[in-house]
Every structure is written in structure tokens, then in C-alpha cells.
Design a protein around this ligand. Structure first.
Ligand code: UD1
Length: 369
């Protein structure tokens, strides 16, 4: 049995690491790890391999940055010979990045099984590139692993055969739970001169928030107003950094924030765990804050992760400072959501996924003989 895992961009690493580890103890199985190279900076990629204890990739496609079409096409043409050579029983793709859809499309047309980790999420916002990637990847997949029950309902409504869908829980929370004891040893608070529970943590990288200077200015203005109350730490994604560098006015607006380079997994987890409030437009951070019981304000109009708002600590606040700032002040005054942990976010999702993957490979083998 051969399973080929694909990672490409930062949010993939913490989803695939626990699956690789869970499959290591299963017998009669070869695993191959492919890095597409969508993210390539040491701080966007290498540090996560160290922090998550992941093996180095067996294959590196080195695709790098580009337009959506260029990046997706390059992953497709680079992965095809790898799949022809390796002939895996199943390819495991995660999340909603361009590398995910690109590999799923090639594998499906070659008759290789496709397993999608973090399936069934929908923002219902077709202007998000990730939404296109999610819908199409799910349509192409033989195994759809959902992190929450709403995913199963969505996939059923879209006419996907329920026998392909497996509610396994949230594999990212496996990584979080495994890493938390090590994250608590991080020196990041001392390095940034922060007192636990006395700072806000912010991240921004969605094209809708950062690509248009007017939109970026709005969210920076909200964060700057909050920075008059407590320090706001802002690790900057390369996409956002490029926008600030290109516009001195925007750079000035960000000057009251505590800017840092992108942080590694353990340091970021340590900062999240002790933040008074987290303000973000990320997908994964909405889930990590819910798992940690830390209030999260999501600076978007929609979320593909409704369970984090319904029972977790997340609140959608949009991007208008008139909404964002009062919501943040309410959290600072102790009126943040307490939240509860969603079903099966228990640290064992990867084991459930491993069992289903092995059964799938065995069944394929029997059909083939
Ligand atoms: C991608 C994902 C997004 C995810 C995000 C996490 C897609 C469509 N989007 O967005 O869903 O939330 O990753 O980070 O796949 N860059 C660097 N160094 C790097 C990587 C990127 O400098 O290692 C810069 C480049 O200028 C690049 C830009 O960041 O053009 C954007 O990178 P890209 O991979 O296209 O998309 P992200 O915005 O990172």
C-alpha cells in the first residue's frame, strides 16, 4: 500500500503532520511526502517541519509564487510525473489552497484515489479563491474527511455520496494538543516584551482585506484604535508585508502595532494561548482559538467554520472599525465568548483518518487482484 501526502502552503503542515505520524505505526504501508513549494520562505515553511516534527519531504516540486493560473498549472505539470512514477493507491490533500485543487485534479484523472482532509467547509463566498478550491476538491475526492457535522450536511446537499464522507473531527487540533506543552516553553513573550493576557494578537492576509489599500487602511485603523488600549502584536504575512512596503501611508497607519516577521508554529501557538483577544481573517486561527478557549474576532463578513461561532469563542465582526473596535472593547471588558469544544476535536482525528485510509487502500488492492 502506498499513500502520497501533499503539502504546499503554511496551513497544510499542521493538518498533514499528525496523519503522517498516525500512519507510521501501520504495517505494510509506504508513505511519500510531497512539498509543492507554494510557500518557500523558511518562516512560512521550514520552521513548521521542525516545530511539528515532520520528516523532510521526499519530493519537492519547487513551484513558488505566481498568479492563480500559473501556480495551479505549475503544480499540475510537476505532480503528474511524480504520480506516474510512484503510482500511489491514494493521494491525501488538505485544506483549500491552490496546491490542494491542483493535485486533486491530476490524481482524479489518473484514476488515483483522492482523500480530502478538512472537507465540507463552505463560506458561500465565491469571490474567495479558497471557496472555489474547496468545492472542486470535494467534488473530485473519493474520501471526504469532515471536521464538523455541518460539513456532512453541506456535502449531502451538494449530492455527494454519503458513503464517501467521514466525520473524523479536526486534525489540526491533534497538532495543537500535541504541541501545546512544547509551546508553553516558548520564550516569545519575553522576546516581544509581552505580559500574558495583556495583549491582542492580530493576523491579516486575505486578498479581500489586504490587496486593496482602502480595505487594508480600514482594518489597520481598527487595530490602531485597539492599540491605544493594549499592545497589538501583528506577525505579518509576506502578502501583507508587500502591501505595506509599497505604501508609506499604510506603513504609517501600522506604526502603533508591534510588527513581527511570520512566526513559527510553537511561538504562534504560545502567543495565541495567552492572548486577551485574537483578531484575524485566517481560517485555521478561528479553530485554534476555539480549541484554546481564547476569544476570537474574525475580520470577515463570512466564515466557512460556523461551528466556531455557534459553540466556540469566535465572533464575525466584519472590517468596519465601527463594528470591530466596540467588539474588541467588549472582550477587553470581559464580555468575550467562553465557548465549548466542538465534537471530536479531541486530538484523535488523525488515527480515525489513518484507519479509513488503510481500509480504502486494502479495498482497492482487492479489486485490483
Ligand atoms: C495561501 C492560500 C490561503 C492561505 C494562505 C496562508 C491559496 C489560493 N491561498 O495564500 O488560502 O490562507 O496561503 O498563508 O492557495 N510569499 C512569500 N513567501 C512565501 C510564500 C508567499 O514571499 O513563502 C509571497 C509572494 O509574494 C506571493 C504572496 O506571498 O506572491 C502570496 O502567496 P500565495 O501562495 O500566492 O498565497 P497566500 O496569500 O499565501
Amino acid at each position: 500500500m502506498k499513500i502520497l501526502h501533499v503539502v504546499g502552503a503554511r496551513p497544510n503542515f499542521m493538518k498533514v503532520a499528525p496523519i503522517l505520524a498516525a500512519l507510521r505505526s501501520r504495517s505494510g504501508l509506504t508513505q511519500i511526502l510531497v512539498h509543492t513549494g507554494q510557500h518557500y520562505d523558511a518562516k512560512m515553511s521550514d520552521v513548521f517541519f521542525q516545530d511539528l516534527g515532520m520528516p523532510a519531504p521526499d519530493v519537492h516540486l519547487g513551484v513558488g509564487s505566481g498568479s492563480h493560473a500559473q501556480q495551479t498549472a505549475k503544480v499540475m505539470t510537476e505532480i503528474e510525473p511524480v504520480l506516474l512514477r510512484e503510482k500511489p493507491d491514494v493521494v491525501v490533500v488538505a485544506g483549500d489552497v491552490n496546491s490542494t485543487i491542483a493535485v486533486a485534479l491530476v490524481a482524479a484523472k489518473m484514476g488515483i484515489g483522492v482523500a480530502h482532509v478538512e472537507s465540507g467547509l463552505r463560506s458561500r463566498d465565491w469571490s474567495m479563491p479558497e471557496e472555489v478550491n474547496r468545492v472542486l476538491t470535494d467534488r473530485l475526492s473519493d474520501l471526504l474527511f469532515t471536521p464538523s457535522r455541518d460539513g456532512d450536511e453541506t456535502l449531502a446537499r451538494e449530492g455527494i455520496d454519503p458513503r464517501r464522507v467521514h466525520f473524523v473531527g479536526n486534525v489540526m487540533i491533534d497538532s495543537l494538543r500535541a504541541a501545546l506543552p512544547r509551546a508553553l516553553q516558548s520564550r516569545i513573550h519575553q522576546q516581544l516584551e509581552l505580559t500574558p493576557k495583556a495583549y491582542a494578537l492580530a493576523t491579516l492576509h486575505r486578498p479581500a482585506n489586504v490587496d486593496d489599500p482602502k480595505s487594508l487602511s480600514r482594518v489597520l485603523s481598527a487595530l490602531s484604535q485597539i492599540a491605544t488600549k493594549l499592545p497589538v502584536v501583528f506577525p505579518i504575512h509576506p502578502r501583507t508585508r508587500a502591501r505595506l512596503e509599497a505604501d508609506p501611508g499604510l506603513k504609517q497607519e501600522a506604526s502603533s502595532l508591534k510588527l513581527t516577521d511570520p512566526l513559527g508554529y510553537l511561538d504562534f501557538l504560545a502567543l495565541t494561548n495567552s492572548a486577551r483577544v485574537v483578531m484575524t481573517d485566517s481560517g485555521g486561527i478561528q479553530e485554534e482559538t476555539t480549541a484554546l478557549g481564547v476569544p476570537c474576532l474574525t475580520m470577515r463578513e463570512n466564515t466557512e467554520r460556523p461551528v466556531t461561532c455557534e459553540i466556540g469563542t469566535n465572533t464575525l465582526v466584519g472590517t468596519d472599525p465601527l463594528q470591530v473596535v466596540p467588539a474588541a472593547l467588549a472582550v477587553l471588558e470581559g464580555r468575550g465568548k467562553q465557548g465549548t469544544i466542538p465534537e471530536l476535536w479531541d486530538g484523535h482525528a488523525a488515527e480515525r483518518i489513518a484507519t479509513i485510509l488503510v481500509d480504502f487502500c486494502r479495498a482497492r488492492g482487492q479489486v485490483g487482484t
